[in-house]
Ligand binder design. Structure first.
Ligand code: ZN
Ligand code: ZN
Length: 351
């Protein structure tokens, strides 16, 4: 009989159960990872409570790090006990995007934690080519946040953030605050952060940011104009996915400014004709961003940059952690996040 493990298994929309399931098998070229921590992504809440996964039952959780527990045949460069972070997208390796190494545009991908079993469990199986070593000095808690940190970095790269920029960040959730930190690392001179939740602005303060504004009290566009002598921001990051902040981000940038759409949209956005006209005259650039770059051959990518910035201390992720909960309490916690029963920034599940 297969060995058992504890997991939080999603059996249907809004129906997750904690219990014992068989440990995943380890095919050739794959490894079994003992999960140390798995973060709750903003996308997990609608996935679990509204949209569901591609099939049931599924184990969710795609932001994780841990140690190698078993190696499949033909894996000779990882040993049991090695500390790893895992790129959760499993690319097909055959399509045109894969041939160019653009795995997130793969036409036939699989995904740990949504299309196949992920890491709200003691163990998860992953291909060896999806593993990265966690540098010394980077904790498992931090390493479990490599995925969102890489996603935030990718957004700033898509927006061409550079030294001296005035950057406006809409949304002070974990991704927004990681984006703000990348803006700081890239040399932005002014970083203005907007949210309607004072508790989230407090977490931003703990990350070392000072220019924090409650957009329920002051119109962000007015604030940005005031701070930039009427010119607007060089770059605006929409990290809330809210129609109103999308409109504000488009209105917040100066001539040749860049707007990056990062937050998962929560509704349709209506753009006033006058705003479109201003965006045209200003020749602004709107950039979509999706996921992050990952190199299977050890080249520069968003993942390695994120782990390196954690190791150097440039990227400080610990202030974002508001909760660390054992796996048997994960379901209760997910319900509390959904019901907004408490202040949640980054929540880590510890199986
Ligand atoms: Zn995520
Ligand atoms: Zn592909």
């Amino acid at each position: 009989m297969a060995q058992q493990m504890q997991a939080l298994v999603l059996h249907g929309v809004g129906d997750a159960r904690y219990g014992a399931v068989p440990r995943p098998g380890v095919p050739a070229g794959w490894v079994l990872v003992r999960v140390a921590f798995c973060g709750v992504c903003g996308s997990d809440i609608p996935r679990v409570f509204v949209k569901g996964t591609y099939r049931f039952p599924t184990i969710c959780g795609h932001e994780f790090a841990g140690t190698v527990a078993e190696t499949g045949s033909s894996v000779d460069d990882y040993a049991i006990g090695d500390r790893v972070a895992v790129f959760p997208l499993l690319w097909c390796g055959k399509c045109a995007a894969c041939e160019q190494g653009r795995y997130v545009q793969c036409e036939d991908y699989d995904y740990l934690g949504s299309r196949r079993d992920g890491a709200f469990a003691e163990y998860v199986a992953a291909p060896r080519q999806n593993l990265l070593r966690v540098p010394d000095g980077v904790s498992f808690e931090e390493a479990a946040m490599t995925e969102p940190a890489a996603v935030a970095l990718h957004a700033l790269r898509r927006g061409g953030c550079k030294a001296g920029d005035a950057a406006a960040i809409f949304g002070a959730g974990p991704i927004g605050l990681m984006a703000a930190q990348w803006a700081r690392i890239m040399g932005a001179s002014r970083i203005l952060i907007f949210d309607i939740d004072p508790a989230k602005l407090d977490i931003a303060r703990r990350c070392g940011f000072a220019n924090l504004y409650n957009s329920a009290e002051r119109n962000p566009v007015d604030v940005i104009r005031e701070v930039t002598a009427g010119r607007g921001a060089h770059i605006a990051i929409e990290a809330a996915g809210v129609p109103q902040t999308t409109v504000q981000a488009l209105d917040a940038v100066r001539d040749s400014g860049r707007v990056v759409l990062l937050g998962n949209p929560s509704g349709d956005v209506t753009l006033p004709a006058a705003l479109i006209s201003r965006a045209m005259r200003r020749e602004i650039t709107i950039a979509g961003t999706w996921n992050s770059t990952y190199s299977a051959r050890g080249g520069d990518d968003d993942w390695r940059t994120a782990l390196d910035a954690m190791a150097s201390g440039a990227l400080r992720l610990k202030p974002l952690i508001t909760h660390i909960v054992p796996l048997d309490q994960a379901w209760e916690t997910l319900k509390n996040i959904r019901g907004k029963a408490g202040v949640f920034s980054k929540v880590l599940i510890q199986p």
